[in-house]
Structures are given as C-alpha cells and as structure tokens.
Write a protein that binds this ligand. Structure first.
Ligand code: ATP
Length: 258
C-alpha cells in the first residue's frame, strides 16, 4: 500500500468524527472515498494531510510515518491535495499560483519563487518549466498571466489541480473536484483524472458526491458512514452492498442511483 491508515480515531470535544478507520490506497490506482454528508470524509483528508491531528492510530505513506507531521512536510513526502472550496491566491496570476505549489521542492521557498531574488536563475527556469508543464497538462497554459480569480470557476478548479501536480506528488487527494462543474466540464475532469494516473503514474483519491463520476473512474471505492468505513470494493460491489444502500437512504441531495 502506498497510503495506509490503521485504527485512525479523531475526536472533537468528545464527538468522534473518525472511528478506528482502516483504509489504504495502492500506488498508481484511482480510488474514491464516498459517504453521506457529515460522514467524516474531509476530516479524513485533513488527517492525512496534517491539518487535523487524530488522537489515535497510524498513518503511513510510502513506509514513512505521516501522522502529526505539518501539512508542508506531508506535501514534501508526496501527498498533494485540492480543497472543497477552491483556495487560490487571489492576487496572484495562474502561473504564480502553480509555481507556489513547488516551494516544497525548491530551495528558494514560496517567496523566493515569486519574488525572483538574484542568484536563483537556474532554479527559476526549472520552476517555470514545471509550472508550464503542469498548466499544459490540465489545459490552462494560455491563461498563465491572468489573475487566477478572473478565470471561470471550472478553470480555477483546474489551476488548483495544476498547483497540486506541481508539488510532484505520488498521491493526489481531490476534495469534490466535480462540485459546481457542468456536464462538459465533468467529462473533461474524468479524462484528466485518468490521465493523472495513466500518464504521470500518480495515485488519485477523490471525495465526490457525483456518483456517476465516482463509478466511472474508481477502481476502488471506500465508503465512510458516521466516521466508520462500512464498505470497500469496486463499483459493482459498492452499488450492490446493502449497508451502503442503507447509509444513503434519505440523503436527498445525493446524486446516487443505486
Ligand atoms: N474542526 C472541527 N471541529 C469540530 N467538529 C468538526 C471539525 N471538522 C469537522 N468536524 C465535524 O466532523 C463531522 C464530519 O465532517 P466532515 O466535513 O469531515 O464530513 P464530510 O463527510 O466531509 O461531509 P460533506 O460531504 O458534507 O463535506 C461533522 O460532524 C463536523 O461537524
């Protein structure tokens, strides 16, 4: 397993948000984490990426301990993420936003990368090359010099993915990447997710409420309900799992047709 969680428990003021979660992602696979609203999916992402500190359990990535590392250290280990609500630097261009993803891989750091201090030309060139490569990969290269916040929402989501790719990860966590996208944008997103794995060899774990998308792209689906993993398997197995069907009953906003 590339990522491995064992018995991860997270509580907030006595409220158990994750309850002894065992869960893994293999290298080079497309996996999803689904579950009703409030099941704990984003909390699980936050625990993996160092934003939350579970009280119990183990999280390992490529054989290294992840739990209790700071977010930027987790990024350095090779785990990148995007957020449920797009989080771009509003006053920066698309190119600068993507370059900022690289500060964990360069000596200059985020500010050196953006301010272009002297004596860093070779590194600057490298940063620019990688940034262009990531922008081209997701299809936002032509907007490199635009302010990120002036782009349409669908493109902002792509810029976030480009920034995550720029950290040169082995695993990328996408938190509801299809939220707010139209049908055409969703179709391109599916293609992009597949290319991330097929062309870059990066494993993808996504949280997504659009079940059509989840079923189409995922080789492995993990279902979380009230902080517990209640099922995992391929699309067919998950669709026919009675515990999953029960967990989703009454979820009116869930686009799940089981
Ligand atoms: N920082 C926090 N402090 C207190 N409670 C929190 C915190 N973060 C999450 N929770 C609680 O954890 C539970 C799970 O929330 P989480 O956002 O992880 O669910 P989710 O499955 O991602 O939901 P959704 O699908 O609606 O995004 C909720 O009850 C939430 O209130």
């Amino acid at each position: 397993m590339l990522l491995n969680l064992e018995q991860v428990t997270l509580r907030f003021a006595g409220n158990t948000v994750l309850d002894k979660v065992d869960f893994g992602v293999e290298a080079n696979t497309l996996a999803s984490l689904i579950g009703p609203n409030g099941a704990g999916k984003t909390s699980l992402f936050n625990s993996i990426t160092g934003f939350y500190r579970p009280q119990e359990g183990r999280i390992e990535f490529a054989g290294e301990r992840v739990l209790r590392r700071k977010p930027h250290k987790v990024t350095q280990l090779g785990i990148a993420r995007t957020f449920q609500n797009v989080r771009l630097f509003r006053e920066m261009s698309v190119m600068e936003n993507v370059m900022a993803g690289m500060h964990c891989r360069t000596r200059a750091g985020a500010f050196g990368a953006v301010l272009r201090t002297p004596g860093q030309r070779a590194e600057e060139r490298y940063i620019a090359e990688v940034a262009h490569d990531c922008m081209r990969f997701v299809g936002v290269d032509e907007y490199a010099d635009r302010l990120a916040t002036n782009l349409a929402y669908g493109y902002q989501r792509l810029v976030e993915i480009a920034r995550a790719l720029a950290t040169q990860p082995r695993l990328i966590l996408l938190d509801e990447p299809a939220a707010g996208l139209n049908a055409t944008e969703k179709a391109s997103l599916i293609e992009l997710i597949r290319r991330i794995r097929d062309e870059r060899g990066i494993a993808v774990l996504l949280i997504e409420h659009d079940m059509g998308l989840v079923m189409q792209v995922s080789e492995r689906i993990n279902v979380l309900d009230y902080g517990r993993i209640i099922a995992n398997g391929n699309a067919e197995e998950i669709k026919n799992n009675p515990r999953v069907i029960e967990a989703y009953l009454g979820q009116e906003d869930e686009e799940m047709v089981l």
